[in-house]
Design a protein around this ligand. Sequence first.
Ligand SMILES: *[C@@H]1O[C@H](CO)[C@@H](O)[C@H](O)[C@H]1NC(C)=O
Ligand SMILES: *[C@@H]1O[C@H](CO)[C@@H](O)[C@H](O)[C@H]1NC(C)=O
Ligand SMILES: *[C@@H]1O[C@H](CO)[C@@H](O)[C@H](O)[C@H]1NC(C)=O
Ligand SMILES: *[C@@H]1O[C@H](CO)[C@@H](O)[C@H](O)[C@H]1NC(C)=O
Ligand SMILES: *[C@@H]1O[C@H](CO)[C@@H](O)[C@H](O)[C@H]1NC(C)=O
Ligand SMILES: [Cu+2]
Length: 357
Amino acid sequence: MIQLRYPWVLLALGQLVCSFAVIPRHQPDRSENLGVRKEWGEMLPKERIGYTNAVLCLQNLPNQVPTAEYPGVRSRFDDFVATHINYTLHTHYSGLFLPWHRRFIWLWERALREECGYQGYLPYWDWPLWADNLAASPLFDGSETSISGDGEYNPGEQNMSGGDVTLLRGSGGGCAKSGPFKDMKVHMGPFPGSLTSTTEIPAPRFEYNPRCLNRSLNDFVSSRYTNSTLVSTLMKASKIADFQMVLDHWPPREDGVLGLHGGGHFSIGSTLQDLFGSSQDPAFFLHHSQIDRLWAKWQDAGANRRNALNGTSTIMNPPGADLVTLNTMMEFGYLDSPRPVHEVMSPLANGFSYVYT
Ligand SMILES: *[C@@H]1O[C@H](CO)[C@@H](O)[C@H](O)[C@H]1NC(C)=O
Ligand SMILES: *[C@@H]1O[C@H](CO)[C@@H](O)[C@H](O)[C@H]1NC(C)=O
Ligand SMILES: *[C@@H]1O[C@H](CO)[C@@H](O)[C@H](O)[C@H]1NC(C)=O
Ligand SMILES: *[C@@H]1O[C@H](CO)[C@@H](O)[C@H](O)[C@H]1NC(C)=O
Ligand SMILES: *[C@@H]1O[C@H](CO)[C@@H](O)[C@H](O)[C@H]1NC(C)=O
Ligand SMILES: [Cu+2]
């Protein structure tokens, strides 16, 4: 048995949480066309191929993050990988999780459109539709119109255990066998499963370590941790602290021990499971699009939700960490200038102009 990665590891660390509630003010930005982000299965086959071709295009464009300082960065795609690694310790299990990832995936969508000629918008992975059979989903069926499916069967892949919970191994555990990302290389990681510091990015940091996209579809995990019951529990949260808890299972609960966020990461294989390096699996952006979608719908569904925040700007909210407010600045390294949290609280303001189906 190997130790489960981040959802368990982090339980050892302390926490401190807090929250804000501000009156919603929600003005659509009329200066841009409205983008409609669709579920993968709703997109036409040629639209799906348009998306995956644009991702492959980013993997072939030159990086802007300097390789001299960040040796693993070899493409424009890797600019996003290094940025995610660089800010992981601020933007996960913290008050910045939702706001930071909203802008991060929007920057990704913009790069696909502006640098690779993608005509559509960011798709999302609606977990419950396929939670009982990932391999049958249009996302992970391994066809040319998927985002690649299962990996080669790896007899060495182990069940995972943490606390008193065991997750059975998935059906792959090796390189993605087919589909558009069969031959892609990830360049950074893997990162250790245990977090030993909340302030230092662990080795291998930004080292160059080329390998394949590693997949292991895992219906055991998806059916228990990304199903419709959990999504409806999420949407019934009355406070942002509860919403974040159902996403990230804090504190641990038997009926949702990974949280929906961790559940998605653990459903697809070791590349997506890596807390720091997970954005190397193209499924990352569709997973986070779904998280952003549910947050946007939740924000729309009640007074005082639009600007609600809870947590600090450090992973696991250790005592003494800075509380996140609407004026907290978020950093994006080489991808964007720093942005205050208040700029991202609506998908229809401050340069954002998108809705979800
Ligand atoms: C954040 O949420 C937690 C859990 O509900 C709560 O105890 C805490 O008071 C909140 N923080 C603030 C500042 O409201
Ligand atoms: C995983 O756990 C199941 C159920 O306990 C068991 O049947 C199986 O042998 C285990 N597999 C491995 C690889 O440990
Ligand atoms: C896939 O990931 C697993 C878990 O980290 C690892 O044991 C295995 O060697 C990897 N397979 C390949 C082909 O990279
Ligand atoms: C979702 O999973 C939980 C366990 O995590 C289970 O209690 C519930 O029945 C499941 N719901 C569906 C629709 O499968
Ligand atoms: C990493 O973060 C530091 C501190 O904000 C910043 O100076 C640096 O440019 C960032 N690097 C990347 C690749 O994002
Ligand atoms: Cu992330």
